[in-house]
Design a protein around this ligand. Structure first.
Ligand code: NI
Length: 143
């Protein structure tokens, strides 16, 4: 068992957002996704984010007002939100009370199965390509 303490994680700023990526734990291919925590200060908003990875987030504390696909949805602590590939999103922290903290996982969507007509060998090829793409994208800022 490994313990990942959010308050001890190394983080950096992306605009007003404080981001702590799990690359710092050197998990390699142990997980089939990338992960990070981020926090948004009261009465502020994240920069707009847009990327090919699918993104599943859990609100840890506070309420995230998630702007995506032309509307804003309030997501309470303990609830989750899922962003599709290439779905632009901004995270607003509208109230001035509880800090907003979010735990996020993200990964490259699977290739359409219909595109590979070669059987078992094609599955291995697809998985390798996906892992490579996610690893490269993980080095960018914002997610
Ligand atoms: Ni994102």
């Amino acid at each position: 068992m490994r313990h990942f303490a959010s308050d001890a994680a190394e983080s950096y700023s992306v605009g007003v957002v404080d981001v702590a990526r799990w690359e710092q734990y050197s998990l390699g291919d142990a997980l089939p996704f990338q992960a990070m925590w981020y926090s948004v200060p009261p009465a502020s908003s994240s920069p707009q984010d847009l990327h090919p990875e699918v993104e599943l987030s859990v609100v840890v504390s506070g309420t995230a007002s998630v702007e995506a696909s032309g509307r804003i949805t309030d997501v309470a602590a303990g609830s989750c939100f899922l962003l599709d590939t290439e779905e632009a999103h901004v995270i607003h922290k509208r109230s001035t009370d509880t800090p907003l903290m979010v735990f996020t996982t993200y990964w490259m969507p699977r290739e359409p199965v219909a595109a590979t007509a070669g059987g078992g060998g094609a599955t291995t090829t697809t998985r390798t390509a996906t892992t490579t793409a996610a690893g490269t994208a993980g080095g960018e800022t914002g997610r």
